[in-house]
Design a binder for this molecule. Structure first.
Ligand code: 5AD
Ligand code: SF4
Length: 463
């Protein structure tokens, strides 16, 4: 027995996946998990640097850890992930009490660096990846869901984005290895996987010169017992018909696509180096909607990119009005070191960005509500995720379209599948009534009798 550990994770799903691997390695070394830093022998911060506030939050948290370490000097503090990759020397200067720093390319060195830190600070940042995170041991947070990385790194150069600088060039994992991992996960009780890559559509280009993502989807779809396949994120410029066809035809691939647009203005898209126009993007949205009935489309949008004019922002609003996203992650532009946009002129005052951001959020919330209303009266297949955070007496599950549903369902375990009749829509979730459990899902809808209780309604607090 080596003691106790706690991992705090910031940022995206890749980081969540990396944290599961770090937990797996620590447990293989005899550590066991605890919930509070006061009880932990090792506290790991798995960091993100995609936006500025993540930096500030880390240094705030490290200050808090220092106070604990002053009382318990044997406690080890580890900083890993993207911010560590970007900021190694800054961490050394600003938080000299940190014991271990490791970057995005050497996750697997955590146990060794912890041992080396007994002799003094162990800092190691590599420029190239040693091992795919998925090839390391894992302690999964869920019995029924798993992240699976299919590629790491990114070969694009979106001018706002720090990811290529901290995650490196794109490397795809061999399809056979991915299929074997997914098969092992299914044998272990997993029914849903999310395939991870910075740009899943270019998956395989470095293996044999051609993109292979649609082939990968078709291959994984044949795995018996795998009920849901999700993926994130495709880049609109590489998103082609073969992937849409695979999505439409594969039993397990969910009817949800996250297609980050970033801006609705052609001139901003050019300055962002996104390599598609507004028209091309909207054509892809039409292509997806035509091929996959009732598909949910979500996106990422940045407000206040350097030089963004009111007219360019209006173009984003009008694109959002046209695309009618089910949900959107909306961000205020944040200048990042090592990015071209940080060096551009025309950085906007915070008040202007905030005001535009407010208008965009208001528009999208109306659209999300309208999209959610379409589900009312339908029966959806959901997978139970656990107790609802708003009301412990209710359960929460997710539809294949990735919408959250709250409902009463005594005795249902995490990972159980159920048929739920949707009775009310809100901006960020749905309410439903349980009508059946454990049913084998038919493609896209359950063949359960439609029972509606209560009238379809919106939420007073949302409207
Ligand atoms: N400022 C604001 N948002 C950003 N994103 C990436 N870089 C920045 C930045 N510098 C957003 C993009 C991306 C999502 C993961 O984070 O919308 O798709
Ligand atoms: Fe960043 Fe663009 Fe690569 Fe996405 S595609 S990770 S936004 S550089």
């Amino acid at each position: 027995m080596n003691g106790t550990y706690l991992i705090r994770t910031y940022g995206c799903q890749m980081n969540e996946h990396d944290s599961e691997r770090m937990a797996g390695m620590l447990e293989a070394e005899g550590y066991s998990p605890v919930d509070e830093p006061e009880e932990a022998n090792v506290v790991v911060f798995n960091t993100c640097c995609i936006r500025e506030n993540a930096d500030n939050r880390l240094y705030g948290n490290l200050g808090h850890m220092k106070a604990i370490k002053d009382h318990r000097p044997e406690m080890k503090i580890v900083v890993g992930g993207c911010l560590a990759q970007k900021d190694r020397s800054a961490i050394q200067q600003r938080a000299p009490y940190v014991d271990v720093v490791l970057g995005t390319h050497n996750l697997g060195s955590l146990p060794r660096l912890l041992r080396e830190s007994n002799e003094g600070p162990a800092f190691e940042i590599l420029e190239q990846t040693e091992t795919f995170p998925s090839a390391l041991p894992a302690r999964r947070n869920s019995v029924w869901h798993a992240w699976v990385s299919i590629s790491i790194g990114c070969n694009n150069s979106c001018t706002f984005c720090i990811v290529p600088a901290v995650r490196g060039a794109e490397i795809s994992r061999r399809p056979g290895e991915i299929a074997q991992e997914v098969q092992d996960l299914v044998d272990d009780g997993v029914i849903e996987v999310t395939l991870l890559g910075q740009n899943v559509n270019s998956y395989g280009r470095d293996l044999d010169g051609t993109p292979q993502f649609s082939r990968l989807l078709r291959m994984l779809d044949t795995i018996d017992g795998l009920e849901r396949i999700r993926f994130t994120s495709p880049h609109p410029k590489d998103f082609r018909m073969d992937t849409v066809e695979a999505m439409a035809q594969c039993r397990a691939v969910c009817e949800h696509i996250h297609l980050p647009v970033q801006s609705g203005s052609d001139s901003v898209l050019r300055r962002m180096k996104r390599a598609y126009s507004r028209t091309k993007y909207l054509q892809k949205v039409d292509m997806i909607r035509a091929a996959i009935p009732d598909v949910a489309i979500t996106t990422d949008i940045i407000v206040g990119f350097p030089g963004e004019t009111e007219q360019e922002f209006q173009d984003t609003l009008s694109l959002v009005g046209q695309a009618r996203y089910d949900a959107a992650y909306m961000f205020q532009y944040s200048p990042r070191p090592m990015t071209a946009a940080a060096e551009m002129g025309g950085h906007l005052p915070k008040e202007i960005v905030q005001e535009r951001f407010g208008r965009l959020v208001a528009l999208q919330e109306d659209i999300s509500f309208e999209r959610n209303l379409r589900a009312v009266g339908r029966v959806e297949e959901i997978v139970v995720e656990g107790a609802s955070k708003r009301d412990a007496d209710r359960l929460t599950g997710r539809t294949r379209t990735n919408k959250l549903v709250h409902f009463e369902g005594d005795g249902l375990d995490e990972g159980a599948r159920a048929g739920v009749s949707i009775v009310a829509a809100h901006r960020h979730h749905l309410d439903g009534n349980l009508i059946g459990t454990g049913a084998k899902p038919a493609r896209r809808s359950l063949s359960l009798p439609l029972v509606t209780t209560g009238s379809p309604a919106g939420c007073a607090s949302c409207n």
